[in-house]
Write a protein that binds this ligand. Structure first.
Ligand code: GLN
Length: 557
């Protein structure tokens, strides 16, 4: 029988419930169980695909093309799995399904109600996960905070699941926040107590409480929480904030979380957890490493969550290369106004990530021009690849009119254009080219050398593509099409010959990067950036030495 671990959040949002779920998944996986994680999002959108990154952060894409919450990215990175569309469920999806069945007459004239129809549908989608992902233990994270009206049907469904499946197959974990009172220097447990009371009023008694805080949590506070919330003392887990994200599974491990959770489910570890690789990753991250400056030029840079996977992929690659990447967040619209150029000029590498719409696009194009002309390593991700193509086209045709039809419908040079099959699609939700597609690599290119393979699979999320009418002329001017769809119809990777590293991919490599297995394109990009950083240092050292020599000569004379 499959086992379910339900995670709810208390007190405030944004305390890292998603990362905690992902880290717990890793702890259990290390004990020899097949794990999967599902996120239940109480908002009414069918998926986050149509939501603004300002509202929602990054849209993470799965192999099967599902557009999901960014927490799915944490899940995949921590448990190193490829999840399925059933792993992200929203209120919108649940209602759409129930209403579609009602229209078909499936309910035989019955009145459709939140309980049981909506809750049954929620339970059904939860029960799909073990088979869809071939897992024995499913962690289910409920988005939002206890007390939100919109999450009530989800919590009711979770409550019923214990009644349906039994105690030994269900564990409830409540993740809360201990506020810090500056005046007295104390951490407070009262909001946690209130949150548990609220949870109990819904009929859920947590088996474990994970208490988050930005400060160290003393043991007596855990005792107090245990006492007031009727949770065993060893099941109150202090989890202070750490600057090293991938340390969280180890912190949970130290607190005995894996052992306790398994014992609640009547299970024993199948193998002794082996943390050697993970520990060395963390030790590496703590070590001082030479700095490399990476500029990310986007239009949502005020909200770093909008580029979550890109930032993580940079971190993974930097660890492997042995450098410390400092990310310079540059706003593309500001670059257009002449601001931020000093920072861009300091960068050892430039990333233009994915994006939609015309705002800030010229800033990205000028950043790509700067990278090409100054030979600064450049990695273009989806829109960033299209930007690189537009910039190259402007150089080839010596015309600022070269563009993508996304930004200028009547451009005389539509170097990026809609796919024929995308024309005539009016609906926005779920209609892009989404999910995993094969990409054939061209021998002898930087991309092929980076991957060390001839055929790879990568995740996509876009409507526009390279326009094949420009292949020949671009090729003759130094752009190589180093990756394409196996039928040769679609350009997937472009790179420049006369440049240390200027590559753009139509897909999103950042979604497949793992802490212990950085993505090959990111790794090569960071290596190129590290080279540039070293060259710059050598140059400045030479200049310093020369001026010193000059001084001495002056003195000597
Ligand atoms: N807006 C571009 C397109 O739809 C790029 C999308 C993206 O970067 N994800 O093709």
């Amino acid at each position: 029988m499959e086992k379910y671990i339900f995670l709810t959040g208390g007190v405030v949002s944004s305390v890292g419930k998603g990362v905690t779920a992902a880290a717990l998944g890793k702890v259990l996986k290390e004990r020899g169980f097949s794990i999967s994680i599902q996120k239940l999002d109480p908002y009414i959108n069918v998926d986050p695909g149509t939501m603004s990154p300002y509202q929602h952060g990054e849209v993470f894409v799965l192999d099967d093309g599902a557009e999901t919450d960014l927490d799915l990215g944490h899940y995949e990175r921590f448990i190193d799995a490829s999840l399925s569309s059933v792993c992200n469920v929203t209120t919108g999806q649940i209602y759409s399904e129930v209403i579609a069945r009602e229209r078909k007459g499936d309910f035989l004239g019955g009145t459709i109600q939140v309980i049981p129809h909506i809750t049954n549908e929620i339970k059904r989608t939860i029960s799909l996960v073990p088979t869809a992902t071939d897992s024995e233990i499913v962690l289910v994270e409920v988005g939002g905070t206890i007390g939100d009206i919109e999450s009530l049907p989800f919590l009711e469904a979770l409550r019923q699941m214990r009644a349906n499946l039994g105690r030994e197959n269900t564990v409830y974990i409540h993740v809360t926040w201990l506020p810090h009172i500056g005046a007295t220097g104390e951490l407070k447990t009262k909001p946690t107590q209130h949150s548990v009371r609220e949870l109990r009023s819904i009929g859920i008694q947590p088996d474990m409480i994970i208490a988050r805080s930005d400060y160290p949590i003393r043991h007596d506070l855990c005792e107090k929480i245990a006492l007031f919330c009727d949770v065993e003392e060893r099941a109150v887990i202090p989890l202070p904030t750490t600057s090293v994200l991938y340390e969280i599974p180890l912190l949970l491990e130290q607190e005995g979380v894996g052992k306790y959770v398994l014992s609640r489910m009547g299970l024993e570890s199948r193998k002794k957890p082996d943390w050697t690789e993970w520990e060395s990753l963390i030790a590496e991250q703590r070590k001082p490493r030479p700095k490399v400056r990476i500029a990310i030029v986007g239009k949502y840079v005020e909200l770093k969550d909008a580029y979550m996977s890109v930032r993580e992929a940079v971190r993974h690659a930097s660890l492997t290369v042995g450098v410390d990447a400092e990310i310079l967040w540059l706003h593309s619209a500001e670059l257009e106004r002449g601001k931020g150029w000093d920072e861009l000029e300091q960068a050892d590498g430039i990333i233009v990530p994915g994006g939609f719409g015309a705002r800030g696009i010229e800033g990205k194009i000028t950043a790509a021009r700067y990278a090409r002309e100054k030979r600064v390593p450049y990695l273009g991700l989806c829109l960033g690849m299209q930007v690189m193509v537009i910039e190259f086209g402007r150089y080839v045709f010596d015309s600022e009119d070269v563009n993508s039809t996304e930004f200028n419908r009547i451009t005389p040079h539509p170097v990026i254009d809609l796919l024929p099959e995308q024309r005539g699609i009016d609906e926005l939700g779920g209609t892009m080219r989404l999910g995993l597609y094969p990409c054939q690599l061209l021998e002898g290119t930087i991309a092929a050398a980076a991957y060390g393979q001839s055929l790879v699979q990568e995740r996509h999320r876009h409507r526009f593509e390279f326009n094949n009418n420009y292949r020949e002329i671009f090729n003759s001017k130094g752009m190589v099409f180093s990756g394409e769809s196996p039928d040769g119809r679609l350009v997937e990777i472009v790179e420049l010959t006369d440049h240390p590293f200027m590559i753009g991919s139509q897909f999103h490599p950042e979604f497949l990067s793992r802490p212990n297995r950085p993505h090959p394109l990111f790794k090569r990009f960071i290596e190129a950036a590290a080279n540039l950083s070293r060259e710059k240092q050598d140059d400045s050292q030479l200049i310093a030495e020369q001026s010193l020599d000059g001084d001495e000569t002056d003195k000597g004379v």
